[in-house]
Design a protein around this ligand. Structure first.
Ligand SMILES: *[C@@H]1O[C@H](CO)[C@@H](O)[C@H](O)[C@H]1NC(C)=O
Ligand SMILES: *[C@@H]1O[C@H](CO)[C@@H](O)[C@H](O)[C@H]1NC(C)=O
Ligand SMILES: *[C@@H]1O[C@H](CO)[C@@H](O)[C@H](O)[C@H]1NC(C)=O
Ligand SMILES: *[C@@H]1O[C@H](CO)[C@@H](O)[C@H](O)[C@H]1NC(C)=O
Ligand SMILES: *[C@@H]1O[C@H](CO)[C@@H](O)[C@H](O)[C@H]1NC(C)=O
Ligand SMILES: *[C@@H]1O[C@H](CO)[C@@H](O)[C@H](O)[C@H]1NC(C)=O
Length: 845
C-alpha cells in the first residue's frame, strides 16, 4: 500500500511538473508575424524598452522608404533623459499638393489587425523647428492623423486591419510650405483575436443595446489605456509593449472606490481574455466599492470621467473595452453589478461567475461601442445590481481601454480603384442579395407553417445568459431584440411561455410529476407531440437564478445519450422555466424500492449503472473544462421508456451559493448519505466526490434500500458504512436485494462489490475515475453473461488507485452520441485534473 502511495505521489508529482512546463510554455511571449520597428532618420539602431528599432536609412528588403523629399535630422542638443531613439527624426517636405510621395512601405506577411505606433518627439535642428510641423498621416489609405502637430513627446497608436501585401504609411504636410516628421514607427501584427467582429455591445443614443458587428474593419485610435486600481505599466511589463496608466485621476469621487489587489496570477480561460488582450497586472488590480463608513445597504456607483474631446460638438464613435476579473469575491456568484456608459445602462446584472467557467479570478473583457456626447467626456460607471444582497453588494473594474473610431475619409489616389471595386461589388452584391432574398422568402414561408414567430424577449431583469465557457468572445445579451439565434447556441432554445402553457394545460396540478428546491416539474406535450418535462421555478422569485443559468449554459452545450437533454427554456414574464426531454420510467430510485414497481433484473441494473457511469464520465472528461455533477443520487438518474439511464439535474446543484448552504442547512439530509466525506473535511468538491456518490448508488442498486434509512438499527442507517462492513468481510451477498438472491453470478457480485468499494475510498485520490468505474462495470456485466475475461489486466488491477484509465475502454455499444466522451486517454485526464485542482483552490473556503 505504501509503495503504491509513494508511486502515486511520484506520478502526480511528475504530472504537476509537466503541467508547470506546459503552463510555462503557454505563457511564452507573443511573437508577431509582421514586426517592424524603425528608428527614423537614423543610420544606427537604437533600443527602447529592450526592443531594437532598426535604422530606416539602411532599408531592408521588406521595408522601403520612398520619399522624394525627406531629410534625416539629428538633434544637436539631445536631452540627457530622452532615449536615443528620439534624437533623430525623418522630416518630410514633399507630398503636399503635387505628386510627390513621402511614404514607408511595409511588406505584410499576415492579413489581419495590426498595431501601428508613431513616436513624435519634436526638437530643433538645422532649419527645422519640429514644434511647428503640421501634417497628416495616412495608413493604408486611411487618414489617421489630420493636421497634426505636437509640442510634446507623444506616441500615437492605431489598430488597423490590413488585407494587402504592402502597407503604405504616408506623410503629407498640410500645405506645400509645411513639413511633417516622425521619430520612430512600429508596425506589428496583433493577436488574431485582438479585435473580434461579434458580440460588441452598441449603446445607442436612445439607450438601447444592440449588437455591433464589423468592429475589426474600423480603424481605431487608442485614446486611453487604464490599469484600474494599479500602477503604471510600461512596455516592459506589457505583452504587446503598451503603456497602461493608473485610473485615480479620472475617478469622479475618489472615496467611492477602494483598490483591490491580488498576488495570484489570473486564471486565463479559453473564451475569456488572454495575456495579450491585457497583461496579468491589469487583472490583478481593480477598484471595488468602498463600503467603509457607509450603511450596509447604501447603493452607489463608482464613476470615471475620461475626456475624449469631441471638438465642436461632433460626436465620435468609440470602442470602450472594459476588463474584469473577480479578485474580490470569496466565492462564486457573489458579485452582480451594473455597468453604465454615459449614464446609459450598458450591461445589467453582470455576473462574472457565469461568464467564466465557474471560477474566480478568471479574466474577461467586454467590448462596448458608444458615441461621445456634447460633454466631450466618456463616463463609465459600475454599481451594484438590484439582485445583489446587501451583504454582498459590490462592483468592480480592472481595466479600461478607449479607442476612437477614426473617421475614414478616402484618399484621392485610391478613388479610381474604389470605383472599380464599388462597381464589381455592386454586381456581385446584387446577385448575392437576390439569392438571399429568395432564400429568406422560402425560409420564412417554411417557418410560418412550423411555429409562431418567437416574441421578442421581454426585458426582465435577468442576468444575461451566455454560452458555457464563452465570455469575451460571445457577449450578447439581455433585452437584446437583435440577438441572432444562430450565433448564440442557447437562444434557439427559447420557448414562448404561451407554448408551455398550452403544453402543460396551464400548469395543471394533475400533471405534476415531481418537485424540488427549484419548483415544480410538470409533464407536458408540445404541439409536435414531443413529450416534455417542464421544470418551473417559483414565478417571480429570483431564487435559483444562478442555477437556472448554469443549467442552460451547461446543458445547451452538452448532448449525450446518457445525459437528460434540455429541450429549451423560457424566461418571459419573470418566469424561469426549464424544459427537458420526458423520461417515461422516471427516477431509478422508484424502480429499486418503495414504489411497488417490478423489480429490475441484475442485468438491467448493471446496464443502468453502466449508462449512468457513461454519462458521468462524459461530464467529467467530455467537455474541455470538465464538470462536476455534485448531486449524484438515485433520484437524479432517470430512465426512459427502454430503461436507458440518463443523468439529470446537473445544473442546479453546482454553483457557489448553494454549496455554502449545503453543509449547514438541514435541507441537505436528502442527499446526505451520498456526500463525499472528504468534502466535509476539506470543503472541496472534485470529480472524485461524484465517484463517491456513485459508489453509494451502486450499493443502493444492489441492496435496494435508501442511502440513509433512519428507521433501521443504528449501524444500518447509513448504507455506505453498512455495505462496506459486509464487503470487507467478503459477505456482501448477505445484504443484497432478496429479489436478486441466487441470480447474480459470484464473480459478477465480487467485481461489483469491489468496484463500489473503490468508489467509497476515504480519500479522493484513492478512488477510481469514472472511466475506471465504467470499465469495471462493463466487466461485471461480462462476468454475469459468462463471457471470458476481456483483457489480461481485467482482474488484478483494473481501477486500482492511481493507475491510468484503460485506453481500450469499451465503446458505447449503441454507437451514439457519447463516443468522444468515452475516449479516456491520458491527456484528457491530465487536463481534467488540472482544471479540478484549480476549482479546488478557487472554491475551497
Ligand atoms: C541593426 O540591427 C540589425 C539586426 O540586428 C543588423 O542586421 C544591422 O546590421 C544593425 N545595423 C547597425 C547600423 O548596427
Ligand atoms: C490578404 O488579403 C488580400 C485580399 O483579401 C489578398 O490579396 C492577399 O494575398 C492576402 N495576403 C496574405 C498574406 O494572406
Ligand atoms: C499653409 O500653411 C500656412 C502656414 O501654416 C497657412 O498660413 C496657410 O493658410 C496654409 N494654406 C492652406 C491653403 O492651407
Ligand atoms: C464593414 O466595414 C467595412 C469598412 O468600413 C465596410 O466596407 C463593410 O461594408 C462593412 N461590412 C458590414 C457588413 O457592415
Ligand atoms: C515593470 O517592469 C520593470 C522593468 O522590468 C520592473 O522594474 C517593474 O517592477 C515592472 N512593474 C510591474 C508592475 O510589474
Ligand atoms: C448609477 O449610475 C446610473 C447612470 O448614471 C444611474 O442611473 C443609477 O441610478 C446610479 N446608481 C446609483 C446607485 O447611484
Amino acid at each position: 500500500m505504501e509503495t503504491q502511495n509513494s508511486l502515486h505521489f511520484l506520478t502526480s508529482l511528475s504530472l504537476t511538473l509537466l503541467c508547470c512546463l506546459l503552463l510555462h510554455f503557454s505563457a511564452a511571449v507573443f511573437i508577431p508575424a509582421d514586426n517592424y520597428l524603425l528608428n527614423c532618420g537614423s543610420t544606427t539602431n537604437a533600443s527602447l524598452y529592450n526592443r531594437l528599432f532598426l535604422a530606416d536609412g539602411s532599408t531592408t528588403k521588406s521595408v522601403s522608404l520612398s520619399a522624394d523629399r525627406s531629410i534625416a535630422l539629428k538633434n544637436p542638443n539631445p536631452s540627457q533623459d530622452s532615449p536615443a531613439l528620439y534624437n533623430t527624426a525623418r522630416v518630410f517636405t514633399g507630398g503636399g499638393g503635387g505628386g510627390d510621395h513621402s511614404s514607408y512601405r511595409f511588406d505584410i506577411r499576415r492579413n489581419g489587425s495590426h498595431l501601428v505606433r508613431f513616436h513624435f518627439s519634436p526638437f530643433v535642428a538645422e532649419d527645422f523647428d519640429l514644434n511647428f510641423a503640421k501634417f497628416s498621416v495616412l495608413v493604408g489609405g486611411f487618414l489617421v492623423l489630420g493636421d497634426f502637430s505636437t509640442q510634446v513627446v507623444v506616441v500615437k497608436e492605431f489598430v488597423v486591419k490590413v488585407e494587402v501585401d504592402v502597407l503604405e504609411i504616408m506623410f503629407r504636410p498640410v500645405n506645400g510650405s509645411g513639413f511633417g516628421f516622425v521619430n520612430a514607427i512600429e508596425v506589428f501584427s496583433a493577436p488574431s483575436d485582438f479585435i473580434l467582429d461579434d458580440g460588441a455591445r452598441f449603446i445607442t443614443t436612445s439607450g438601447a443595446v444592440e449588437e455591433y458587428t464589423n468592429l475589426s474593419s474600423q480603424v481605431l485610435e487608442t485614446i486611453y489605456r487604464i490599469n484600474v486600481g494599479g500602477l503604471k505599466l510600461t512596455p516592459f511589463n506589457d505583452t504587446l509593449w503598451r503603456t497602461w496608466i493608473p485610473d485615480e485621476d479620472f475617478l469622479d469621487f475618489k472615496s467611492a472606490a477602494k483598490r483591490a489587489v491580488t498576488t495570484h496570477t489570473p486564471n486565463y480561460q479559453k473564451g475569456g481574455s488572454t495575456r495579450e488582450i491585457a497583461p496579468d497586472n491589469v487583472y490583478m488590480t481593480a477598484q471595488e466599492m468602498n463600503r467603509e463608513n457607509v450603511n450596509i445597504d447604501a447603493r452607489f456607483n463608482i464613476t470615471w470621467d475620461f475626456p475624449v474631446g469631441s471638438g465642436g460638438g461632433a460626436r465620435a464613435r468609440h470602442l470602450v473595452r472594459l476588463h474584469f476579473c473577480d479578485i474580490v469575491s470569496s466565492s462564486l456568484n457573489q458579485l452582480y453589478f451594473n455597468v453604465y456608459i454615459n449614464d446609459y445602462s450598458a450591461y445589467k446584472n453582470l455576473d462574472l461567475s457565469t461568464m467564466t467557467i465557474h471560477m474566480l479570478s478568471a479574466p474577461l473583457y467586454i467590448d462596448f461601442v458608444a458615441d461621445s456626447d456634447d460633454s466631450g467626456v466618456m463616463r463609465i460607471s459600475v454599481g451594484p445590481s438590484d439582485l445583489s444582497s446587501a451583504m454582498k453588494m459590490n462592483a468592480i473594474l480592472n481595466g479600461v481601454e478607449i479607442m476612437k473610431m477614426v473617421h475614414v475619409t478616402g484618399l484621392e489616389t485610391d478613388k479610381k480603384k474604389k470605383h472599380i471595386w464599388i462597381l464589381v461589388g455592386s454586381i456581385v452584391g446584387g446577385f448575392i442579395i437576390l439569392c438571399l432574398a429568395v432564400l429568406a422568402v422560402l425560409l420564412s414561408l417554411k417557418c410560418k407553417k412550423k411555429k409562431p414567430k418567437p416574441r421578442p424577449s421581454e426585458s426582465v431583469g435577468w442576468t444575461p445568459l451566455r454560452v458555457f465557457g464563452g465570455s469575451s468572445r460571445s457577449r450578447m445579451s439581455e433585452g437584446t431584440v437583435s440577438a441572432s439565434p444562430g450565433t448564440n447556441g442557447y437562444h434557439s432554445l427559447k420557448i414562448p411561455f404561451a407554448d408551455l402553457q398550452l403544453a402543460t394545460n396551464s400548469f395543471d396540478k394533475n400533471l405534476i410529476i415531481g418537485s424540488g428546491g427549484f419548483g415544480m416539474v410538470f409533464k407536458g406535450v408540445l404541439r409536435d407531440n414531443t413529450k416534455i418535462a417542464v421544470k418551473r421555478g417559483v414565478p417571480g422569485s429570483r431564487q435559483g437564478l444562478p442555477e437556472f443559468q448554469t443549467e442552460i449554459t451547461v446543458l445547451s452545450k452538452i448532448r449525450h445519450r446518457h445525459l437528460v437533454s434540455l429541450v429549451g427554456y423560457c424566461e418571459e414574464q419573470s418566469e424561469m422555466i426549464l424544459v427537458y426531454e420526458y423520461m417515461e420510467k422516471g427516477p431509478l430510485k422508484k424502480h429499486l424500492y418503495g414504489s411497488g414497481c417490478m423489480p429490475l433484473s441484475w442485468k438491467q441494473r448493471l446496464e443502468i449503472c453502466i449508462g449512468a457511469a457513461r454519462g458521468l464520465h462524459y461530464l467529467h472528461t467530455g467537455s474541455a473544462q470538465g464538470i462536476i455533477h455534485r448531486d449524484i443520487k438515485s433520484t437524479n438518474i432517470l430512465l426512459d421508456e427502454n430503461y436507458v439511464a440518463k443523468v439529470a439535474d446537473f445544473g442546479l446543484s453546482r454553483s457557489g451559493p448553494c454549496l455554502d448552504e449545503t453543509h449547514v442547512s438541514t435541507g441537505v439530509k436528502g442527499s446526505f448519505g451520498y456526500l463525499d466525506p472528504e468534502y466535509f473535511r476539506r470543503q472541496q468538491l472534485t470529480d472524485k466526490s461524484d465517484v463517491y456518490s456513485f459508489g453509494v448508488v451502486l450499493f443502493e442498486v444492489l441492496c435496494a434500500r435508501p442511502a440513509v434509512d433512519p428507521l433501521l438499527a443504528r449501524e444500518q442507517v447509513n448504507l455506505a458504512e453498512w455495505a462496506m462492513q459486509w464487503q470487507k468481510k467478503g459477505m456482501l451477498e448477505q445484504i443484497i436485494d432478496p429479489h436478486l438472491l441466487g441470480r447474480i453470478k459470484p464473480a459478477s457480485l465480487k467485481k461489483f462489490g469491489e468496484t463500489a468499494e473503490k468508489c467509497l475510498a476515504e480519500y479522493g485520490v484513492d478512488r477510481p475515475t469514472m472511466g475506471d468505474v465504467l470499465w469495471n462495470l462493463e466487466s461485471t456485466l461480462q462476468l454475469q453473461e459468462s463471457g471470458p475475461p476481456r483483457t489480461p489486466h481485467e482482474d488484478g488491477n483494473a481501477g486500482a488507485p492511481g493507475l491510468p484509465t484503460p485506453r481500450n475502454a469499451p465503446q458505447d455499444p449503441s454507437g451514439s452520441g457519447g463516443v468522444e466522451g468515452d475516449v479516456g486517454d491520458g491527456s484528457s485526464d491530465l487536463r481534467t485534473s488540472q482544471v479540478f485542482s484549480q476549482l479546488i483552490t478557487n472554491e475551497g473556503r
